[in-house]
Design a protein around this ligand. Structure first.
Ligand SMILES: CC(C)(COP(=O)(O)OP(=O)(O)OC[C@H]1O[C@@H](n2cnc3c(N)ncnc32)[C@H](O)[C@@H]1OP(=O)(O)O)[C@@H](O)C(=O)NCCC(=O)NCCS
Length: 201
């Protein structure tokens, strides 16, 4: 899981020198983070257990970036970001150790992920369970807006709310001057409007 060719022990020494430090997930973090996640809401209620977390964190994280926030060398939170999702990225997992919640670590980790994604694409998405009031407040406070509701996605009777933070549309509006195609006035549904659509392709 170590992505850079650091000499053995170098990253651990960095962690100890800086009180709070965001770095990539490493193999040594996995047991502690599996414990954190396997004993934490909302995932207990959603039915995720130790085996699920071992499988996720222990295997290769294709097309994803995994970050931890560490204090004095210990991982106290994790974020996993899927790099491509719609016109942006998707925050697949964000969790802070229970004893450290409410002290700003979640905000730091979220901002780190946002900066990485929004530097290259205009959207960052996350799903939050409808019953997870604390996390809903947290994301709202960071400028996320609900753009969808996925009923019964993970467990019956509960919805995942799709939230979005955006810096704007991916493309500028096409110029209307010069070569823009001419549209005929709409004449109702059916064959004639299908022909208009075809002309625009
Ligand atoms: C949501 C979470 C990542 C926020 O990280 P954090 O370090 O606790 O948050 P911060 O200290 O940066 O910000 C505090 C804000 O987070 C929210 N919050 C959510 N759960 C909280 C908790 N257990 N304790 C304190 N704040 C919490 C509150 O809105 C709080 O703001 P407020 O004090 O004005 O109400 C973290 O609480 C957590 O891991 N929760 C459980 C897992 C989870 O729900 N993850 C998100 C799944 S989509």
């Amino acid at each position: 899981m170590r992505r850079r060719a650091d000499p053995p022990g170098a990253r651990a020494a960095d962690d100890l020198q800086q009180p709070t430090f965001i770095r990539r997930l490493e193999r040594r973090d996995v047991p502690r983070l599996v414990r954190l996640l396997a004993t934490s809401q909302p995932w207990l209620r959603l039915g995720y257990g130790t085996a699920d977390w071992r499988r996720l964190l222990g295997g290769p994280l294709a097309d994803r970036d995994a970050w931890v926030i560490a204090e004095v060398g210990r991982a106290r939170g994790i974020a996993i970001v899927r790099r491509t999702f719609l016109a942006g990225g998707y925050l697949e997992l964000l969790a802070i150790e229970e004893a450290a919640r409410g002290s700003g670590l979640g905000a730091r980790l979220l901002e780190h992920c946002e900066n990485a994604v929004l530097a290259c694409a205009p959207n960052f998405f996350v799903c939050v369970s409808d019953f997870n009031d604390g996390a809903r407040r947290f994301y709202e406070g960071h400028g996320y807006v609900q753009v969808g509701r996925l009923d019964d996605l993970l467990i019956p009777g509960s919805a995942e709310l799709l939230l979005r933070k955006t810096t704007g549309p991916r493309r500028d509006a096409p110029s209307t001057a010069g070569s823009a195609p001419r549209m005929s006035a709409p004449r109702g549904r059916g064959a004639s409007s299908r022909r208009s659509t075809a002309r625009l392709r």
